[in-house]
Design a protein around this ligand. Structure first.
Ligand code: SF4
Length: 176
């Protein structure tokens, strides 16, 4: 138990130690990626149902650097928003992640009324995944391509690499 707590603590320290330059490089990569995906013109047919992971039958995974960027961007955005907008999104850390019996609630906690309330911060998997069947021919290859670039950023900035299920990763941020 003590070891688990030490692991959490050192992971959170590593997240806090990530330099702004690494976050900026990831932001540039997201920009290239968004442009790349937009050129392919995939269509969203199911209005956010893919963010209900259990119902959709898939999972979202995230790396250390993406998680740090997600936290950074959502915090900056929440602070910058007028109070009423912040209330509308209504989400901030710590997140309401669990159902009464201790299991994760179904789906991503950042989705409200079928919409993503964290679009600017969403990780690689959210940017690439489309239910459009024409996307099947390229999305796996594009995911691998950009994921390798993100792995390389971890190496460049000596960031400990972890690859975590999305809600488990968000739960780590809740420990702060
Ligand atoms: S971050 Fe946004 S796009 Fe990604 S799973 Fe959550 S609600 Fe969906």
């Amino acid at each position: 138990m003590m070891n688990a707590q030490r692991n959490f603590d050192s992971f959170l320290q590593a997240i806090h130690a990530i330099p702004m330059q690494a976050l900026e490089k990831l932001a540039e990569l997201y920009e290239q990626l968004d442009h790349d995906i937009a050129q392919r013109k995939p269509i969203c047919n199911t209005s956010g149902r893919c963010c209900k992971f259990e119902a959709w039958g898939h999972r979202l995974y995230v790396s250390t650097l993406e998680l740090a960027a997600f936290q950074h961007i959502t915090e900056v955005e929440t602070k910058a928003k007028p109070f009423t907008d912040a209330l509308r999104s209504g989400i901030t850390f710590p997140l309401p992640l669990y159902m009464e019996h201790g299991e994760f609630s179904p789906g991503c906690p950042w989705q409200m009324d079928g919409l993503c309330t964290a679009r600017a911060a969403r990780p690689l998997g959210c940017r690439i995944y489309f239910c459009d069947t024409t996307a099947e021919s390229w999305q796996q290859e594009r995911y691998e391509h950009y994921h390798q670039k993100i792995v390389a950023l971890h190496e460049e900035f000596q960031i400990p690499y972890r690859y975590m299920e999305w809600r488990q990763a968000l739960a780590l941020l809740n420990q702060q």
